[in-house]
Unconditional design. Structure first.
Length: 407
């Protein structure tokens, strides 16, 4: 189990100068508050995520995004340094997530909980956040219900319903009338299934069948054969990104869905930037709806991609979890600036509610009522650009809230 302590130190001060500053601080002679910043305890952020097992990329991407933000923006906010204390859940393991979060609160005395790649793990920790009065910044877990489980939960990532509804609307507008749905059988998958079916039927579409696959170790061949036999115009898919989506694309090609004229439409989890290269050309033409693409054109995204590569390795392509890790760190940093370094939980929450940021994905806001994210959802299609596969944005739905929340 990973139990690493990542002390994030202030950078950019040569060693000699740092020594002088420390001496002056001890004598109370540092002007402009520098002595106060160095004398105060660091703000401790407990990062709970999946760093080993089949979902290890989740934790790696989230932490990579946080590190990219710190590289670009420094390490002191509101006069306080930040320290990351990292805990591994080992996968979808609610009991482990709850235990390591408890350790962070009682032993490490963290001020903020963050991370959470998978919904079951986040749901297990939410009651603890309430009990301990610790802000809990969710950087991926995407079930709509999550923010209702604790008044201390703030989500900077997405919800499956939020990303799914635009896909259903787009499909109906573009002449698709009969769709089969295939989703992973856990909270976010069920949210995606419900949101797609509701929105697609309201737009006049027909659902020709629905299947759910296990969260761990699914066999896609039988499911895809059933879809092929049903002969819909399109198959809507939600699967957690990683090994499952690679396996799905392989089965999709082997069973000849494309040759049968059955289009694949999905949330962007299916064509995740982090594993898109491993899926190969079978993904070309797949249409998805999502909130982030590595191909997004903006100065903020270019800076993010550069910082991520420099921090985590030039061959790694950041995905939506890395973007949420970046934005989560940005939200914490801005909240600390607003509170002038105070980690009082009510002050931090007040600073987070209604916060607006310009993210690598575009403009985002934390809804002050629901503590969930409001953002643009893009319709994208996989294309090959200069020999590399990318999710190229075609259309956008601005200011999308989670449709499961009051509008």
């Amino acid at each position: 189990m990973i139990n690493r302590r990542c002390a994030i130190q202030a950078c950019g001060i040569p060693a000699v100068r740092a020594a002088v500053v420390l001496l002056l601080a001890g004598a109370g002679l540092v002007p402009g508050g520098a002595g106060t910043a160095l004398a105060q305890e660091p703000v401790k952020i407990g990062v709970v995520a999946e760093f080993s097992g089949p979902f290890a990329d989740y934790g790696g991407q989230i932490l990579g995004g946080m590190k990219a933000y710190l590289k670009l923006h420094g390490y002191v906010f509101g006069g306080r340094k930040v320290e990351l204390i990292i805990k591994d859940t080992t996968g979808p393991a609610p009991d482990v997530a709850k235990r390591v979060a408890q350790e962070l609160v009682t032993r490490d005395n963290v001020d903020i909980l963050a991370g959470f790649g998978l919904t079951p793990n986040a749901l297990a920790v939410a009651p603890l956040a309430t009990q301990a009065k610790k802000p809990m910044v969710v950087m991926n877990a995407a079930s709509s219900i999550l923010t209702t489980k604790s008044p201390y939960v703030v989500r900077v990532s997405h919800t499956l319903a939020q990303n799914t509804q635009p896909m259903a609307i787009w499909a109906a507008r573009n002449g698709i009338k009969r769709v089969f749905t295939l989703v992973s059988d856990y909270g976010p998958g069920l949210d995606a299934e419900a949101a797609f079916i509701k929105a697609f039927r309201e737009a006049g579409g027909e659902i020709s069948g629905s299947l759910r696959t296990p969260l761990q170790n699914p066999d896609f061949a039988p499911s895809i054969q059933r879809v092929k036999d049903a002969r819909p115009e399109a198959l809507f898919v939600f699967l957690p990104p990683g090994s499952q989506t690679i396996a799905f694309i392989k089965a999709y090609e082997e069973r000849g869905l494309k040759q049968a004229g059955i289009r694949v439409i999905a949330t962007g989890d299916l064509t995740d930037d982090g594993v898109l290269h491993a899926m190969g050309d079978g993904t070309i033409g797949i249409t998805t709806s999502f909130h982030y693409s590595a191909a997004h054109e903006s100065p903020q995204n270019k800076a993010f991609l550069k910082a991520y590569a420099e921090t985590n390795g030039s061959k790694l392509r950041p995905n939506f979890m890395a973007c949420a890790g970046y934005d989560g760190m940005a939200a914490i940093a801005e909240a600390l600036k607003k509170t002038q370094g105070s980690v009082d939980p009510e002050k931090l929450l007040a600073a987070l509610k209604g916060m607006k940021l310009m993210s690598p994905r575009g403009p985002i806001m934390i809804d002050p009522e629901t503590r969930d994210i409001v953002q643009t959802v893009y319709i994208r299609q996989v294309k090959k650009v200069n020999g590399e596969l990318y999710n190229i944005e075609l259309e956008k739905f601005p200011d999308v809230k989670d449709p499961g929340k009051p509008q």
